[in-house]
Design a protein around this ligand. Structure first.
Ligand SMILES: NC(=O)c1ccc[n+]([C@@H]2O[C@H](COP(=O)([O-])OP(=O)(O)OC[C@H]3O[C@@H](n4cnc5c(N)ncnc54)[C@H](OP(=O)(O)O)[C@@H]3O)[C@@H](O)[C@H]2O)c1
Length: 302
């Protein structure tokens, strides 16, 4: 995906500016301007947030903070979703989150920069949620009864992919899961069958842009009921150990279910950065393994 955010200072007559901003001919109501005066405009896009200051009688100064990317994160209030929202905001991307709980209770400057929508993906008003979106990222998923797992990992994502496709959104990124080298009878649980159903929906509806990330255990600081669970205390050392012992471990990975122990954990920030890479790189589509998630993250992590 191309340019992200830019700030431009443009000197132009008011009549040209008006034509550019309001091509349909509708006139903006700026009572302190006349057609013949010139002034300083401050324009924040993609959805015009305009402020105006008079500078001189001869020129106007247009300052435009143009955000050309608008990403909708389904489940942006969750563990992985909030990391994605935070990193996306830091990259100047406009972010909308949809979840049943809406805005999280904790605070932070990035939290204020996200538009938090409250709603259930099964009953979402997609006109509102997807208006102007350039990409959808789904973190919808979870555990429960067979039926619940099918519903949230599978059906919820199918609904979202279908809505995104119908609205002509160019890109869909799904947070799926590694298969842990499990034998087929264990992969038949609602969790995995739901995930695979969602994956095939993404890949068939977005064959040239759909992204499926398959992380294993994701570590970071998970917030639960106002408390932080430091999963990084386990995940980070395990990741380092498995990386150091890679050469000894590789031959074992052909054993069924060996990845339950041997699949390297990945940090929640790496998952978020891999998503950002997916948003920015048009050639980044298809299914991505744990290693590929880390490589993609490294490309955009600064
Ligand atoms: N955490 C891991 O170690 C790990 C590993 C591999 C893969 N994954 C996958 O990564 C994804 C994110 O995991 P996570 O740990 O971040 O999960 P999480 O913290 O439970 O986040 C899930 C998000 O989805 C939202 N959600 C659930 N049902 C919804 C609905 N019907 N409508 C709208 N929003 C809904 C939740 O908010 P509300 O409840 O407020 O609606 C929450 O924001 C999942 O698909 C998971 O399977 C996670």
């Amino acid at each position: 995906m191309s340019s992200i955010s830019s700030t431009a200072a443009i000197f132009t007559p008011l009549s040209s500016l008006r034509r550019a901003l309001f091509p349909s001919g509708q006139k903006p109501h700026f009572p302190h301007l006349s057609n013949t005066r010139f002034c300083r405009f401050g324009v924040k896009c993609s959805y015009a947030d305009i402020s105006i200051k008079e500078v001189s009688d001869s020129m106007i100064d247009v300052v435009a903070d143009v955000k050309t990317e608008r990403v909708v994160v389904l489940g942006g209030s969750g563990f992985v979703g909030s990391a994605i929202c935070k990193v996306a905001v830091s990259k100047g991307i406009e972010v909308i989150s949809l979840s049943r709980s809406g805005r999280p209770s904790y605070s932070g400057s990035w939290v204020d920069q996200v538009t938090w929508m409250t709603g259930d993906v099964f009953y979402a008003n997609w006109d509102e949620v997807l208006a102007g979106a350039t990409a959808v990222v789904s973190t919808l998923g979870g555990f429960g009864s067979e039926e619940q797992m099918q519903r949230i990992n599978g059906e919820a994502n199918v609904v979202a992919v279908t809505a995104a496709k119908d609205f002509g959104i160019p890109k869909f990124i799904l947070i799926s899961v590694h298969d842990y080298n499990l034998p087929p009878f264990l992969l038949s649980s609602g969790y995995f069958t739901g995930k695979r159903k969602a994956e095939s929906e993404v890949l068939s509806k977005f064959p040239n842009s759909g992204v499926v990330l398959r992380p294993g255990f994701i570590y970071g600081k998970r917030r639960v009921d106002g408390f932080e669970i430091p999963l990084d205390l386990i995940g980070e050392p395990v990741e380092k150990f498995l990386s150091a012992a890679e050469n000894f471990i590789k031959p074992l990975s052909s054993l069924p279910a060996s990845d339950l122990l041997l699949a390297p954990p990945v940090s929640v920030d790496d998952v978020a950065f891999a998503v950002i890479n997916g948003l920015k790189d048009d050639d980044f589509f298809g299914i991505f393994t744990i290693e590929q998630i880390k490589e993609a993250a490294a490309k955009v992590r600064v």
